[in-house]
Design a protein around this ligand. Sequence first.
Ligand SMILES: Nc1ncnc2c1ncn2[C@@H]1O[C@H](COP(=O)(O)OP(=O)(O)OP(=O)(O)O)[C@@H](O)[C@H]1O
Length: 548
Amino acid sequence: MEERDKDEGPGVPDMTMMPQITEHAINNNLKRRYIHDLIYTYTGSILVAVNPYKELGCYNMEDMQNYRGRAFGSLPPHVFALAESAYSSLQNGEKNQSVVISGESGAGKTETTKLILQYLCAAGGQASWAEQQILEANTVLEAFGNAKTVRNDNSSRFGKFVEVRLDHRGGIRGAVLRDFLLERARITGPAPRETNYHVFYQLVEGAKHNAELRTTLRLRDGVHFKYLNPEDEEARKGRGGEQGKLEALQLALTVLQVPLHMCEGLFKVLAAVLWLGNIQFQDVDGERTTLAPEDAEAVDAVANLLGLAPLTAQRVLLERQINVRGNVTDIPLRLPEARENRHAMARALYARTFAWLVRHVNSCSAPGREARRALGVLDIFGFENFAVNSLEQLCINYANEKLHMFFNNYVFALEQEIYRQEGIKYHQIQFTDNAACLELLEKPPRSLLKLLSEQCHMPKGSDNAYLTNIQGEFGEHQSFVKGSRRKWEEEFGVQHYAGTVTYSAQGFVDKNRDTQQDAFIDHLSRSANPFVRELADYVQDLAPPGHV
Ligand SMILES: Nc1ncnc2c1ncn2[C@@H]1O[C@H](COP(=O)(O)OP(=O)(O)OP(=O)(O)O)[C@@H](O)[C@H]1O
């Protein structure tokens, strides 16, 4: 089959030139090009990229220079041509530019984003400090925000919009980064065959070869820490290659001007997160919980690493504080509550560390006033449909629905409007309109996400009550899939533009609540670790995923 395809030649570089534009013809053309190692193809001004899963050797300095200053379409399709087109439009004084990168998990979005940023940095002329910072920010964000999933060994578990700012001469003056929806559930329990965030493994591996670091961070081998999914052989496969990664991360943090003592504080927080996962707890009488004898080491490590007094650490692990009109009362936690509370502490620490890093990157690569022109690159997670889909997938697919709507409006509706205004004859193009699905997901006052928020505000809110609500409310909605009656108490489906996805409602309410650790955060603000004190101030942009 492949040989026959090869004989057919490498297809056309711009699919608008094809005599017949059908799904089959498009796929066939992309396949023929792919077989010839031609992974890029245009569709008008859109670049379609097929992941080659191998080094193609077409991204070196010479390739960048080839595309520099050349008009879009004058050379074979390439991601550099797209970057050049956006860059030169900006230099010519046109409007600010955006590159939107979309595709399913593993399609190559993050690699494409990196290539675009590399091109912009090279095109900006002499390598500047700002450019180096933009590239190193990627190293840091990848360590903290990427993980191995069943689809991709280096999957980005957050979305990002990088706005590169340029001065009037086209020189890069800095960048502003916005992050979206870091996947928090992964921190305390990667799914089967998946891993936690890369940085944990890099830290454990780095500490293996650095006795001082191992002692300061109280680190052990990876197999010791439950959050690293140590018993999952499949998850471990494909890992490795961590050697030297910690040094690269430390270098990147230095380029980003994170002071050494803050770096140490940050690593201590990561180690504390790992130790939190190892605390087992023990039931006292069904109403109260205590620490198990084997928890002593973990609790001591958590207290020490977070700069808290041991008794304070124990208190926040075993009790919750409620404040009724100024009177603070300690309520003992039951065993499942204590276990969940400890996970929430770990997630809060990590999410705040991530937010701290993003804010730090922004403050140190701040573009300054004369950098008025902006070139944005959007790289968000692609549409997801796994064997089991949860709230994270619902949020990711919601973001993709919004992007799809934007794409439809921009590419089809606006183009057709231009044709109409210019009196050009054309056939009305039919495209999948996803307005109904977006209405189901977000339209106030009642939508899947609004009803979830409502459920979270109820004292006895539960996943079951949420399911009953949405089935009653949306049973007849064209984008809601009730599924088989047998499963009504467990799941629901949504008909997305890219296909129907079944969501398991288990954990929706807890995940969306992601109870804020008020007393814990209050203690952090008085920590002996200066990095931890700064984490206590991070309240912005930390709303749980389903809060819209
Ligand atoms: N242009 C390319 N050349 C060579 N390999 C590539 C290229 N693009 C992607 N890959 C390979 O595919 C892998 C997955 O790509 P990438 O991480 O960019 O996917 P993604 O679309 O960002 O996925 P996710 O949504 O899971 O983050 C990369 O780690 C790399 O091995």
